[in-house]
Design a protein around this ligand. Structure first.
Ligand code: PMP
Length: 363
């Protein structure tokens, strides 16, 4: 039978029919500040350790399915036992596995959009009912009472701190309230927490709070988005469930080796993180000084801005200045908003110059 007669639309599981391949229409640009990556040059000691670990890794053997050496290093980082850590192929995989294991039909997920788009995507894929408690339209804060009320009937709550793309930090008291007043599993997504002020993480609560799950990744502060290594810190019983449903070899030998070297040499990252946060403040001030541009405070390695004619500005940044940022202007609640990742000083200056020109011309 010819391909035309496959009848694919009706063969695909109904819950998955509306999905299209993820293609962020990536175009190579002079300055790419679109994906919240770490664009800084990493310290020689750190790069050297990672490269040496990669070079020493045999490729003929399967990986350790549980990545135990890496789990041990991560457990040591957070002062927990190995059993409290599960590693995945990026934070994305552990997020998906969480929905796969604890969501599904009849087990609602509650989130606070605008937030990380994968939550809604994975809920849909796993047929998890999705309840949203939208953030404040002005400052993107979470409506705590509404969230707690919605979470009372939920299996899972995901809150993001710092939140992508709005930059807000979450109050630790909110996490405690969710745990005290509901029966839900609470995932705090801390993908960007290294860029937030010290003490912003709630990972220290995990030991005493068996329904708290904390997500971390090596894609941001560690500068390893290409490696695909993320993890959860959670109660060992939760980790066991996630370990049971995961793709057993999803974290390959190179990812394990690179991540282990990176975590072991993490002290070398401090100056990079300090530079990103000081550049974030300089970039924010520069953006706020442009006519008609509104900037929200951010605790991550990105800033959200509102610019008149944002979509056109985004296109002109890309096509005329070869600068790529992320266009959120068609996301509900984010009309005319762009998200700009914090780059190096030089990259941020290119962006600021280009945006100064465009806002003048578009005025
Ligand atoms: N959580 C948030 C809030 C993110 O923004 C991202 C990446 N953009 C992730 C999790 C997942 O990151 P990764 O899969 O690269 O670890």
């Amino acid at each position: 039978m010819g391909e035309k007669n496959l009848g694919l639309a009706s063969r695909v599981r109904p819950a998955l029919r509306s999905f299209v391949p993820y293609d962020p229409a990536f175009s190579p640009c002079r300055v790419n500040l679109s994906a919240n990556e770490n664009t800084h040059e990493m310290p020689a000691e750190y790069v050297g350790a990672v490269r040496a670990a990669l070079a020493a890794t045999p490729l003929n053997r399967y990986p350790d399915p549980m990545a135990n050496a890496l789990r041990d290093a991560l457990a040591e980082r957070h002062g927990v036992g190995r059993g409290s850590v599960v590693v995945g192929n990026g934070g994305d995989e552990v997020l998906f596995n969480l929905l796969l294991a604890f969501g599904g039909p009849g087990r609602p997920l509650v989130t606070c959009p605008p937030d990380f788009s994968e939550y809604a995507l994975f809920a849909q894929m796993t047929e998890t009912p999705h309840v949203t408690v939208p953030r404040d339209a002005e400052d993107f804060s979470v409506d705590v009472d509404a969230l707690v009320a919605a979470a009372r009937g939920a299996a899972l709550v995901i809150v993001t701190s710092p939140n992508n793309p709005t930059g807000n930090l979450l109050d630790r008291a909110l996490v405690e309230r969710l745990l005290d007043e509901t029966d839900a599993l609470v995932l705090v997504d801390e993908a960007y927490v290294e860029f937030a002020p010290p003490g912003s993480s709630v990972v220290d609560l995990v030991a005493a709070r068996p329904r708290l799950v904390v997500l971390r990744t090596l894609s941001k502060a560690f500068g390893m988005a290409g490696v695909r290594a993320g993890y959860l810190v959670a109660d060992p019983a939760v980790v066991d469930v996630l370990a049971s449903v995961r793709q057993i070899y999803s974290v390959d030998v190179l990812a394990q080796a690179a991540a282990l070297a990176a975590v072991t040499h993490r002290d070398a990252l401090a100056p990079v993180v300090a530079d990103v946060t000081s550049e974030r403040e300089r970039l924010s001030a520069g953006l706020a000084a442009l006519p008609g541009v509104r900037v929200w405070p951010s605790a991550g390695n990105f800033v959200l801005v509102r610019v008149p004619g944002a979509h056109r500005v985004w296109e002109r940044l890309r096509d005329e200045h070869s600068v790529l940022v992320r266009d959120f202007s068609s996301t509900p609640g984010l009309g005319d908003c762009l998200r700009i990742s914090v780059g190096t000083r030089g990259e941020n200056d290119v962006l600021l110059d280009a945006l100064a020109t465009l806002t003048r011309e578009e005025a």
